[in-house]
Design a protein around this ligand. Structure first.
Ligand SMILES: Nc1ncnc2c1ncn2[C@@H]1O[C@H](COP(=O)(O)OP(=O)(O)OP(=O)(O)O)[C@@H](O)[C@H]1O
Ligand SMILES: [Mg+2]
Length: 453
């Protein structure tokens, strides 16, 4: 087996032969082209890894050939060969996408080292590209599982959005699939080969949001030892997903608005406007209209973001999606666990259909994953479902006779039991999950006569 497929683009036959012989001795498969045109037709037929291109070809420059090659197959690594002393040519080639350069007369020992390094990078590039196609597959519309008319509407809107570059605003409760919809849009849009970057706004302290989004010049703030490229710039050619946009502090809302209007932004510490060809998708589980009324979200920004609005409804409002999702997750997790689970019992499915899933699809996915782990037979049964799920009867939540405070009490008990179970009875963790202090949790448990096991 040869080490890799190389292509020599060189119009001088003697030089071409010299390179070919040296490389074949090292177990490379070598293809030859005397012009850019020949190079392109070889690339169309063979899986070339590295192209070695002479800078000065008859009637064209190696630079033009690099561009044509990369246009046809961006996975190929180009290396330019230039005459001794023409370092500017080499620099120009590097700018145009050459990986490295070789100086004539060729020192083959050095050349082989450069080739080895280039191949390492080639391997990485191929891995990234594989990863890219598996992402494309994972977020293709065929993996978008639903059967409700509500989600059909969402899928239709997502498909329309993927055909344009318009800004999209995705709203919906936690775990409904907002990230999923954003990725589906990106991976079925013309930008799918470009980057997909996500910024979770609340995970950045206010002092760092600006540099994270827009970048920063060296020395522009304490600790900025080097120029930092922001996500707006890095996602150029692709999509930037701004998650939890409702948490963006007001002072940055203006900057985002400016970008959406003029497509221009400034790195922190610079007065030079920069442009980026990036598509923005924003998401939030907050009520932006309420935030606007409270003057915590700018309405002009809202309207700029809301060009295409996709609202992902909560799972309890589209229960028809539960059975196909359950099937999907059983398949996913039994494959992962190496089990042969064919389905779920009618009784267990019934419990799932009657549960309110405050955590939406994410919660359903966790429940199914856990059931698959516990399941010993061919079907998931009620025995593998968590207790809180079987405990919940919808009558608890909306019986005619109960007072509001009793309904609240029932919900509280259920949520506490659930948090304790999910956190293996560890009170501090359960309290954190519930967003209350451990002291209050203990108080409530005592009050409701609940134990932590
Ligand atoms: N239609 C769907 N088909 C299959 N899996 C889905 C679907 N929608 C969501 N999921 C899965 O459900 C989980 C939660 O979805 P996602 O992370 O997109 O929710 P989210 O709305 O972004 O939540 P949050 O508000 O917490 O960020 C993910 O594992 C995702 O892969
Ligand atoms: Mg999300």
């Amino acid at each position: 087996m040869n080490k890799a497929n190389l292509l020599i683009v060189e119009d001088d036959p003697l030089q071409r032969r010299l390179i070919k012989e040296n490389l074949e001795r090292e177990d490379y498969a070598v293809f030859e082209a005397a012009s850019g045109k020949e190079a392109i037709s070889i690339i169309a037929e063979h899986a070339i890894d590295i192209a070695i291109i002479d800078y000065k070809l008859d009637g064209e420059t190696g630079i033009a050939v690099i561009q044509k090659i990369l246009e046809q197959n961006p996975l190929i690594t180009p290396i330019i060969v230039t005459a001794f002393g023409n370092i500017e040519n080499a620099v120009e080639a590097l700018k145009e996408g050459a990986y490295d350069y070789i100086v004539k007369p060729i020192d083959f020992k050095k050349f082989l080292l450069v080739l080895e390094r280039a191949l390492e990078r080639q391997k990485l590039k191929n891995e990234v590209s594989l990863l890219q196609s598996s992402l494309e597959e994972r977020f293709s519309s065929k993996n978008f599982v639903f059967s409700s008319s509500e989600m059909n509407e969402v899928a239709l809107l997502a498909s329309k959005a993927s055909k344009s570059d318009a800004t999209v605003l995705i709203t919906g409760e936690t775990g409904t699939g907002k990230d999923f919809v954003a990725k589906t849009i990106h991976f079925s849009s013309r930008r799918k080969k470009g980057p997909y970057l996500a910024v979770n706004i609340p995970s950045f302290p206010e002092t760092l949001i600006e540099s994270e989004l827009f970048g920063a010049e060296k020395g522009s703030y304490t600790g900025a030892h080097e120029r930092k490229i922001g996500k707006f710039e890095a996602a150029s050619g692709g999509t930037l997903f701004l998650d939890e946009i409702g948490d963006l502090p007001l002072q940055f809302q203006v900057k985002l608005l400016r970008f959406l209007q003029d497509r221009e932004f400034y790195r922190l510490g610079s007065s030079r406007p920069l442009k980026s060809d990036v598509r923005i998708i924003a998401a939030t589980n907050k009520d932006l209209e309420k935030l606007m009324k409270e003057e915590n979200f700018r309405s002009d920004l809202y309207y700029r973001l809301d060009v295409i609005h996709i609202n992902v409804p909560p799972l309890r409002k589209r229960k028809q999606d539960i059975p196909p999702l359950v099937d999907h997750f059983i398949r996913k997790y039994s494959e992962k666990e190496g089990k042969k689970i064919e389905g779920i019992s009618a009784e267990a499915m019934n419990s799932l259909l009657h549960y309110s899933f405050q955590g939406n699809i994410r919660e359903l996915e966790n429940v199914v994953e856990r059931a698959v782990v516990f399941c010993e037979g061919s079907h998931i049964t009620s025995a593998e479902l968590p207790l809180f799920l079987k405990d919940e009867k919808e009558e608890d939540l909306k019986p005619e006779g109960l007072s509001l405070s009793d309904k609240v009490k029932n919900i509280e008990i259920r949520e506490i039991k659930k948090a304790l179970l999910e956190n293996k009875g560890i009170k501090s963790k359960a309290a954190r999950a519930l967003g209350i202090t451990e002291r209050i949790l203990s108080y409530k448990m005592k009050n409701y006569n609940l134990s932590s096991d």
